[in-house]
Design a protein around this ligand. Sequence first.
Ligand code: ASP
Length: 438
Amino acid sequence: MKLKVAKFGGSSLCDASQFQKVKKIVDRDPQRKFIVPSAPGKRHREDIKITDLLYLCHAQVSHRVPFSEIFKVISDRYHQIAKELSIPIDLSKILLDVEDQIASGASLDYVASRGEYLNALLLAAYLDCQFLDAADVIKFHEDETIDLTKTQKEIESYVQNEHRYVIPGFYGSLPDGSIKIFPRGGSDISGAIIAKTVNASIYENWTDVSGFLVTDPGIVPGCRPIKTITYRELRELSYMGAKVLHEETIFPVLEAGIPINVKNTNEPENPGTMIVSYRDPIDPPGSITGIAGRKDFTVLAIEKNLMKSDISFVRKLLSILENHQVRFEHIPSGIDSLSLVIKSSELSGKLDKLIEDIHVHCKPDLLEIHPNMALVATVGHGMAYTPGISSKLFTALYESGVNVRMIDQGSSEINIIVGVENKDFEKAVASIYQAFIG
Ligand code: ASP
């Protein structure tokens, strides 16, 4: 039988009514064999995530400040869910044990992981599934990188039987048995690793949005959802600011060619977005997949006669950036000119000295500083090899009165990046959307 891994985020499991929705989703499809929960998230804007409360408990203990009041808030959340749904589990003893461990100075990783651990116990009892501790199956090497071979070996024995399993997200264990967590938001990564090691037909990532939208609905209200997107397109969009999944989620499943389906627990009938390794055919040719962008970049435009024949020019320039620990985003270049596109925050307190060093060591004929720039990336495999894409894009920008200050197509052919002034950012995104999607 084909099997699916379904990861539910914190908002999908924040209270009893969300637990009920998750049960309906899981029960509807017997292929959903491995269920990976996050810790309970926020129920409303001012609420605090369980994981954040656990971090707080750990901080209190390390400062020798009592933490029992905070811990009570945590216990109450779990008790309330159990009580409202009459879940046949008594968490009191387990909670007491966790509290004792925290009090006696348990590691931060252990403490932070308990949100997922407790939630998975609760969910397993509610769904009438087997609980499988992530510490027993998700294995790290001593150097704290994930040990996929060992993880696969541990998990394999659970694939063939008829049970359904709930495995807490966010953590695993080191060779000495101690708990090791992933970076924040890392239950996404746990789900992806499990999907890869059990060779799932699909990795479902259940959250509170119905997948990705073509662009920011704050800029284009009612904008279209993305039905299918490739991993590469998603990378291009997410580095520009569109973010739903943890960045490291993609890699385990990418290698195995397992699609990720981002779905909404509150709207389960919506197909959401399917993230796939490749898309063929792309219909219609010339279509775009998404538009993302960010404000607040600074462009340093450098001109020097015969720049191209000075073989050391770029090296000198990049060493200056390295010396000042300044990272750049893009370097579009012409015959005798080159621009450095840098996040303005990277330059704070460093700009004057950096400019001085460029003058001293690179001796440019002209060095202009353009602050307050925004980058807009238009991404899509459908754009590659399709004539007329750039003319459509630049005509749209021209017609809406946006001044394009920089262009960078990169080498991927699936991404055209334009630099515009911050004040034109929203207008640029909206006009590109209008031209390609309508
Ligand atoms: N609960 C963890 C966090 O808040 C992990 C996760 O939700 O994915 O970061």
